[in-house]
Ligand binder design. Structure first.
Ligand code: SAM
Length: 260
């Protein structure tokens, strides 16, 4: 395998640390009769652990040069590979043929498509029990940031609307081969039960507008909205229009939006 030509364009940094691999599996807590989706199995370091816990693994790998290695290594095992770009697949169709109780996504993903992968999972409307992803550390900080912190942004609000997000642990860059320029973190996303907003796209547009200019307050960023109604809710929470979006929790964003 060390003869493999690692491709930067596919974000190929393979995990080479047994302890980290074990920790990912332990944190995943995969229940029995589960289907696990993996994006980017590489040479199968994580796949090899996933097959011991899952009823079935479905792994998407874009690099055809890994086909032979993966098929040889996992011959007759409970894993199917799709050698295509994950982003172009219809996941709902791909998983139709399997019987399972729960579905998980567990992956050390290519970082250049972190957000598109998560958006695709959300848009697929598949009832995923838990998503565990290795992401760039700074990106993980943004996903799991709390209101008032520097990393809190519209993507934080967007993801937290759907999921309970936790940063589980960090992974130093020297756990990978080739060694990347960044450290990583393992993040878990657990689905929240109910969503009470009908037009979610409109809600997320409102959240994005609130964050439009980072240094500006809501009075400036939301000048196209009914500021009186925005203020009404802010006042209820001891704030006014001079507040910046980075201080507003998801609940308050929802409350303001519903009052508009
Ligand atoms: N899971 C392996 C590990 O932990 O060692 C490899 C992780 S590596 C960071 C990311 C993997 O995703 C690579 O094998 C790469 O070829 C694959 N990949 C990149 N873009 C992809 C895409 N659009 N669809 C599917 N796989 C992709």
């Amino acid at each position: 395998m060390e003869s493999h030509k690692f491709k930067k364009k596919y974000g190929q940094n393979f995990l080479r640390d047994e302890t980290i691999l074990d920790r990912i599996i332990n944190e995943s807590n995969i229940l029995e009769d589960s289907l696990v989706i993996e994006i980017g199995p590489g040479d199968g370091a994580l796949t090899n652990r996933l097959i011991t816990k899952a009823k079935q693994v479905l792994a998407y790998e874009i690099d055809l040069e890994l086909k032979e290695t993966l098929e040889k290594r996992f011959n007759n095992k409970n894993v199917d590979f799709i050698f295509e770009d994950f982003l172009t697949r219809n996941i709902k169709d791909d998983i139709k043929k399997y019987n399972y109780k729960n579905i998980y996504v567990i992956a050390n993903i290519p970082y250049y498509i972190t957000t598109p992968i998560i958006e695709k999972l959300i848009d697929s409307k598949i009832d995923i029990k838990k998503i565990i992803l290795m992401v760039q550390k700074e990106v993980g900080d943004r996903f799991s940031a709390k209101p008032g912190s520097r990393d809190y942004s519209s993507i934080t609000v967007y993801l937290n609307y759907y999921y309970e997000i936790k940063k589980l642990f960090t992974v130093p860059r020297n756990c990978f081969y080739p060694v990347p320029n960044v450290d990583s973190a393992i993040i878990s996303f657990e689905k929240k039960d109910s969503h009470l907003i009908e037009d979610e796209d409109k809600f997320f547009r409102f959240v994005k507008d609130s964050f439009r200019f980072k240094r500006k307050n809501l009075k400036n960023n939301l000048s196209n909205y009914d500021l009186k109604k925005v203020e009404e809710i802010l006042n209820k929470h001891g704030m006014d229009l001079t507040v910046r979006a980075e201080s507003i929790s998801l609940d308050i964003f929802e409350e303001i939006y519903k009052n508009l």
